[in-house]
Design a protein around this ligand. Structure first.
Ligand SMILES: [Zn+2]
Length: 250
């Protein structure tokens, strides 16, 4: 690290759990962020500000007026532009040292496999079950840690599936694909703006710890937030031996 970097990251370096070594790990790290909406916005901002070396941003959508209530990485001037381009500009402005790769695509299984293979940690900031199952499969196959987040109305959740561990449960253990209730989308049901900020920020926090080698946090746990009563609960996740996705993988 040069003097500018030592200064920029000094408040992380001062933390005994991070220090020079942990900060260097962040600078060397590559993170894949799926979705640059309500969750991906704060997550990407904190990862870039923290100096994560490479961020790959994946989202096929463009910025709309109704996004701006909560997707805080985007500005009014970006309406109509691809979300990944808008996000990339904001991130480079905060920290020009971060390499930002903007992919305005809806990644299919083959592309996801390739993108996950090139990442140290994956953040699922998407807003639909199809993407969540596809990302879960890709991370399990490549044994890459997955930080999953979701938020709807006033309810949010974060879970970390560290597939480097043989006993890790997966997203499908938690929400089996074949027993799904009807999908709720914030486009039709609404979502409380700061809730996505809280959830996305928690995703960034968990990712930074995974990357820095801090083995504490939500690995193997599910954190749920009811933002009306502001009730936060943490529970253990257990691997379902009969899970159709990870049951026979190890
Ligand atoms: Zn499973």
């Amino acid at each position: 690290m040069n003097d500018q970097q030592l200064l920029r990251y000094s408040r992380h370096i001062l933390l005994e759990q991070i220090g020079i070594e942990g900060q260097q790990r962040l600078l060397d790290a590559r993170v894949l962020i799926i979705g640059l909406g309500g969750l991906g916005s704060p997550a990407a901002l904190y990862l870039a500000a923290s100096g994560v070396g490479q961020l790959t941003l994946c989202d096929h959508d463009t910025v709309e007026l109704s996004n701006l209530q909560r997707q805080i990485i985007h500005r009014s001037s970006a309406i109509g532009l691809p979300k990944v381009g808008s996000a990339q500009a904001a991130l480079q402005d905060i920290n020009p040292e971060v390499e930002c790769i903007a992919l305005a695509v809806r990644a299919d299984a083959g592309q996801l496999a390739e993108l996950v293979a090139g990442a140290d940690t994956v953040l699922d900031c998407s807003d639909n079950f199809a993407t969540r199952y596809a990302v879960n499969r890709a991370c399990l196959a490549q044994r890459k840690p997955l930080v999953s987040g979701a938020a709807i109305k006033f309810d949010g959740q974060v879970a970390v599936f560290d597939f480097r561990r043989a006993d890790a449960s997966c997203y499908n253990c938690l929400f089996p694909e074949d027993s799904l209730a009807a999908e709720l989308r914030c486009a039709t049901t609404g979502v409380f703006a700061p809730l996505v900020g809280i959830i996305g920020t928690l995703q960034a926090a968990e990712a930074l710890k995974l990357l820095a080698g801090i083995e504490r946090g939500l690995s193997g746990k599910l954190l749920t937030i009811d933002a009306l009563d502001m009730n936060i609960m943490r529970s253990n996740l257990s691997k379902d031996p009969a899970c159709s996705i990870c049951g026979n993988s190890f």
